[in-house]
Design a protein around this ligand. Structure first.
Ligand code: ADP
Ligand SMILES: O=P(O)(O)O[C@H]1O[C@H](CO)[C@@H](O[C@H]2O[C@H](CO)[C@@H](O)[C@H](O)[C@H]2O)[C@H](O)[C@H]1O
Length: 448
């Protein structure tokens, strides 16, 4: 628990306080604007008593920063101000309990709305996830553990991590952990007020092993010529298919109309233009090929069946439970995508290509760690996992046509998104998706 009782809150309107947070944010993993010069201003503060949730505008992006003020610096100090420490509230058990109380409605905070769909236990001793993450997740709840995910980029509108997981929880979807509570905020936008979700609390898969680590370690062992147990990619394909079926049952499906197809193609064109602009530094050399790929998007004439999907599926979103079954988490969609685009019906292939790209990432990241490894061995490893995954998916829900222009367009779309994501978040990783973009563009050019 926190060492000392809270005293009066800092003056969050004081530019010194905001400047101190602005200087600290780029040192965190979750900060999405690394390398960019942006003005940071306070949009709104919500008082939790001894802690507060701040919404800070950094350029065009609204960021959530829960803070607390303490006499000691604790696990995650931000800055020392007037003799007290401003700390990251996600690492402070009392502050985390205040967040949970607001989410379950046990406390009332002006501007915040909690929604309890279960009964999360008291936080007790907390642990913050330290892995590759765009948000911040805190584990608490003692013997009945939960995981509270604090969304760092906040947008107006429903966050699918709350609404989609909520719908799957009500439908009893087996591979997805239940939603227990959520927190939303209201803040001013021009003359009006808008609302958006700040946090989701779900049941925690105790002993779950991260799919990314399992597959990446296997790829690394393969490059080194070592033996290691192979994670079951076919069972993973079947789990993804089950979730697709449950999502379709819970939220419906629709055959794509001509207007849907046009909207989809236009959306891909806009995303391609966005990636070219955001990733100009590394993508400029591929300009001609990107134009060809853009023209080829018009070959898409039919999308087939649309439904709510996961939206940002990759190996970091799957856990192997202690009984060997796979669980899917994080239905937030792509964090760089506007919120209103994340709760629209989409082709299921988008999730499938997300997972296939992830096998490529696992091998690419393993090669970065083992540069003497054979790229052909890495490529074979990717092909095998891809085949296993697709066969498991096909057995459970039907085959995926890898020649479909929708499938190939989505693969390129995902790899381009990843280039932009890496430039903003992990610049040293950018070569992994960039290589994939190169390969995909060459195959587009070669197509008759
Ligand atoms: N329900 C859960 N049970 C166990 N671990 C979880 C659960 N949800 C998330 N995690 C862990 O937290 C990590 C980050 O969660 P995630 O929702 O993917 O956040 P982000 O969107 O920020 O990447 C996951 O990789 C996983 O290790
Ligand atoms: O997990 P998030 O919803 O925050 O997703 C974002 O971050 C991911 C990285 O943490 C990023 O995924 C990319 O890197 C993964 C390895 O770390 C890899 O498995 C994925 O295939 C790759 O796309 C994701 O794109 C981004 O939206």
């Amino acid at each position: 628990m926190s060492a000392t009782a809270p005293t009066a809150a800092p003056d969050f309107a004081d530019p010194q306080v905001v400047d101190a947070i602005a200087a600290w944010m780029p040192t965190t993993r979750w900060y999405p604007l690394k390398g960019q010069q942006v003005d940071v201003t306070l949009e709104r503060a919500y008082d939790l008593g001894g802690a507060a949730i701040l919404l800070l505008r950094a350029g065009d992006t609204l960021l959530q920063v829960p803070v607390a003020w303490r006499d000691e610096q604790g696990a995650a100090p931000i800055a020392q101000l007037d003799g007290r420490w401003l700390v990251d509230a996600c690492h402070d058990a009392d502050a985390v309990q205040a967040l949970i109380d607001a989410a379950t409605g046990r406390s009332t905070v002006e501007g915040l709305t909690g929604d309890a769909t279960g009964t999360p236990e008291a936080a007790g001793e907390i642990r913050v996830i330290t892995g590759e993450q765009s948000n911040t997740s805190i584990i608490g709840g003692g013997d009945h553990p939960w995981i509270a995910k604090v969304f760092r980029v906040v947008s107006p509108g429903d966050n699918p991590d709350v609404v989609v997981t909520g719908a799957l929880t009500r439908a009893g979807c087996r591979p997805v952990p239940s939603l227990l509570a959520s927190l939303a905020a209201t803040w001013p936008a021009g003359d009006a007020f808008v609302s958006g979700h700040l946090m989701a609390v779900s049941s925690f898969v105790a002993g779950g092993e991260d799919g990314w680590q399992l597959f990446r370690q296997h790829a690394l062992a393969t490059l080194r010529g070592e033996q290691r147990a192979l994670p079951d990619a076919a069972a993973l394909g079947a789990a993804v298919a089950t979730v697709h079926r449950d999502l379709a049952d819970a939220l419906g499906t629709a055959e794509a109309s001509e207007a849907d197809t046009l909207r989809f193609v236009t959306g891909l064109e806009q995303r391609l233009a966005w990636a070219r602009e955001q990733g100009a530094g590394v993508l400029a050399e591929l300009d001609e090929q990107l134009s060809v790929a853009n023209d080829r998007l018009r070959e898409i004439h039919a999308l087939g069946e649309l439904q709510q999907i996961h939206g940002d599926l990759h190996l970091g979103q799957v856990l192997r439970s202690s009984d060997g079954s796979w669980a899917l988490i994080d239905f937030e969609g792509e964090p760089l995508r506007p919120m209103h685009e994340r709760v629209v019906r989409e082709p299921r292939q988008r999730d499938v290509v997300g997972m296939l790209r992830s096998f490529d990432y696992a091998a690419g990241s393993a090669l970065q760690e083992e540069p003497a490894g054979d790229p052909i061995v890495a490529a074979d490893w990717v092909t095998q996992r891809r085949t296993e995954f697709l066969s498991g998916y096909a057995d459970a829900l039907g085959p995926v046509d890898e020649q479909d222009p929708v499938f190939t367009a989505l693969l390129l779309d995902k790899a381009l998104y990843e280039v932009v994501y890496e430039l903003g978040n992990r610049p040293t990783w950018v070569s992994v998706p960039l290589e994939a973009v190169r390969a995909l563009l060459s195959s587009v050019e070669e197509r008759p």
